[in-house]
Design a protein around this ligand. Structure first.
Ligand code: NAD
Length: 398
């Protein structure tokens, strides 16, 4: 099968096995280089669980853990395997490519695909930890999901990406066509806001820690992190001051509660604010792709561009496992969105925001960079990959 990208709105319905593997390889190479440069191999986690491990920030967290610190990693994701004539999801190929590279490097790596919100999957993970790792030193919670079936009530909650209060009229971008146009976003109902908090808030993170703690598989000094986005005035109406922000506020609440519960282990739980990057999750949020194209342009020009792997490498090396006291914000979060929110960067993005149109998109914003990053998520556009090769999409030898 010759695999080409097939884009439908903000999703690509095909994924390239060798391209996904090349993306994993690029990230591993970056991490190896960074850790070779870091004076003396730093102390770090040795047994890591990543929930949401197959793409975006979770995949990068797994790569840094394994190839930076030599950690054993257990990954959880929700990916679709291939069928005859249809490719798997990108995350499925990422998982196989990662496991192959980890095994080649002599590192334990195991992935469990299933619903992270369910009690059954949590039990499966506990059994795998007991059998293969004993205990874990770090849990990275990096889920992004539109839906959650609550394990106690059986109710299926959906998240809604909507503003709060009033209808919000704002510019957005059709990435495929390169059109900048206005959209009206209807405000969320109370039920929709509650649904978003149930899916993307902190309860499931707490359920994970409770289950792992009761099973006795958390090591002394255990740490856990969960990722958030704060953004600036441009994205606040659809993010921080909107349904997603409510869910992320709940994550801050959960972090505080977890810090209390982990005291006995001398453990820690932190929300980490990361920068906006192109991932499957972020591409689906209105306004964000347009903001991102501007941000990419401005940050690249300032020499401050970062992608998932750069952010996570910086998180582990300069914050989580630095040895020194980690600087926290007033909500006790770790901040890695410092460069995105730098005054000069935001001033320039805000200056361009009212001016941006379909006509000057290539001049003021990096639409090509956004498209490149988007296709890369699905394994397309990577150097060294023969995209005319006839491939078996079911092969895991990638
Ligand atoms: P992503 O879409 O790239 O990855 C999401 C992961 O969650 C995948 O591994 C997927 O398989 C897994 N997943 C989804 N539903 C699942 C389920 N039911 N069971 C098991 N696994 C499931 O997402 P991302 O953009 O890397 O986001 C990860 C976290 O980082 C989110 O909390 C997000 O809010 C946060 N974050 C993202 C950005 C950004 O710009 N992308 C910025 C800051 C913070």
């Amino acid at each position: 099968m010759i695999i080409k990208p097939r884009i439908r709105g903000f999703i690509c319905t095909t994924a390239h096995p060798k391209g996904c593997a090349a993306n994993v390889d690029q990230q591993i190479a970056y991490v190896r280089e960074q850790f070779a440069d870091a004076a003396g191999s730093p102390e770090g986690p040795k047994r890591v669980l990543v929930v949401g491990a197959s793409g975006g920030y979770g995949l990068s967290s797994r790569i840094v853990s394994a190839f930076g610190y030599g950690a054993q990693t257990l990954g959880v994701s929700f990916e679709k395997p291939p069928t005859a004539g249809k490719t798997a999801t990108a995350g499925w190929y990422n998982n196989h490519a990662f496991e192959n590279r980890a095994r080649d490097a002599g590192l334990y790596a195991h992935t469990i695909d299933g619903d992270a919100f369910s009690d059954e999957l949590k039990q499966q993970v506990i059994e795998a930890i007991r059998a293969d790792m004993g205990q874990i030193d770090l849990l990275v919670y990096s889920l992004a999901s539109p839906v959650r079936t609550h394990p106690k009530t059986g109710v299926t909650h959906r998240s809604h990406i909507k503003p709060l209060g009033d209808t919000y009229r704002v510019k957005t971008l059709n990435v495929d066509k390169g059109d900048v146009y206005d959209v009206e976003l209807e405000p969320a109902t109370e039920e929709e806001t509650a649904g978003t908090v149930a899916v993307m808030g902190g309860e499931d993170w707490e359920f994970w820690i409770d289950a792992l703690s009761e099973a006795g598989v958390l090591a002394q000094g255990f740490k856990t992190v969960s990722y958030t986005y704060l953004g600036s005035e441009i994205t606040w109406p659809i993010y921080w001051h909107a349904t997603l922000g409510k869910a992320k506020e709940d994550l801050d609440r959960a972090a505080g509660a977890l810090r209390q519960r982990l005291k006995g282990l001398d453990g820690d739980a932190r929300v980490v604010a990361l920068k906006a990057v192109v991932t499957q999750a972020s591409s689906a949020i209105p306004v964000v792709p347009l903001y991102m194209t501007l941000l990419l342009h401005v940050m690249k020009k300032a020499g401050l561009h970062e992608d998932c792997i750069h952010q996570i490498t910086r998180l582990f090396l300069t914050r989580l496992y630095d040895g020194d006291d980690v600087p926290l914000d007033d909500a006790e979060r770790i901040r890695l969105d410092d460069w995105e929110l730098r005054e000069d960067i935001q001033a320039e993005v805000k200056r361009r925001w009212p001016e941006i149109t379909s006509e000057n998109l290539h001049e003021l914003a990096d639409i090509d960079g956004f498209r490149h990053d988007f296709l890369k998520i699905f394994g397309f556009g990577l150097p060294g990959v023969d995209y005319d090769e006839d491939l078996d999409p079911t092969s895991t030898a990638i």
